[in-house]
Design a protein around this ligand. Structure first.
Ligand code: PNS
Length: 162
């Protein structure tokens, strides 16, 4: 069984993430999409909120499970029996960062390889940064976030942290 982990901040999950998730779901038998902490970022949404949005977004995909994790990615992958990490790349800058992280993760676990999935051109401009700006300025979210996640967010009484 080919098991992969797609880790990220997912602050919040976007249509770009969904494209990567769906393509990973077609490549692997099971995909764990996991909301994690990025030490270099101060998120808009709490870990629980990021997970809730992610869970709603992947709800209809049979072989995809949403989770959250506060520890090391390599430990999480080992716990899941995953030999592959999936990351989406939109630019050469993304590639450089992901290349470095792939080496770190492989250094932590020699069994762990990273598969990079290039963004579709029509989704290149979609990012969590864009989604956060749209939320902050109360703009329509359908162009950057999955419907199911938008519905969950509408049930909250704040735009970000509660
Ligand atoms: O969506 P992001 O912010 O680019 O995701 C980065 C993330 C969360 C995947 C990365 O920060 C991460 O792996 N965090 C978990 C802690 C860890 O294992 N760090 C070492 C790997 S570089």
């Amino acid at each position: 069984m080919k098991i992969a982990v797609y880790p990220g901040s997912f602050d919040p999950v976007t249509l770009g993430h969904m494209d990567v998730i769906e393509r990973a779901a077609a490549l692997f038998d099971r995909v764990y999409v996991c909301a994690m902490a990025n030490g270099g970022k101060n998120p808009m949404f709490t870990a629980e909120q990021r997970f809730e949005l992610l869970r709603a977004a992947v709800g209809k995909l049979d072989n995809v499970t949403a989770e959250s994790w506060t520890g090391l990615l390599a430990d999480y992958a080992r716990e899941k029996g995953a030999r592959w990490l999936v990351k989406g790349v939109r630019s050469a800058t993304d590639f450089d960062a992901e290349y470095g992280m792939a080496q770190i993760n492989r250094g932590l676990d020699a069994q762990l390889d990273t598969v990079l999935i290039p963004a579709r051109p029509e989704l290149l401009h979609v990012s969590s940064t864009m989604a956060r700006e749209m939320i902050k300025y109360r703009q329509p979210l359908a162009l950057c976030m999955p419907e199911a996640a938008i519905r969950v967010m509408k049930g909250w009484d704040t735009d970000g942290k509660s």
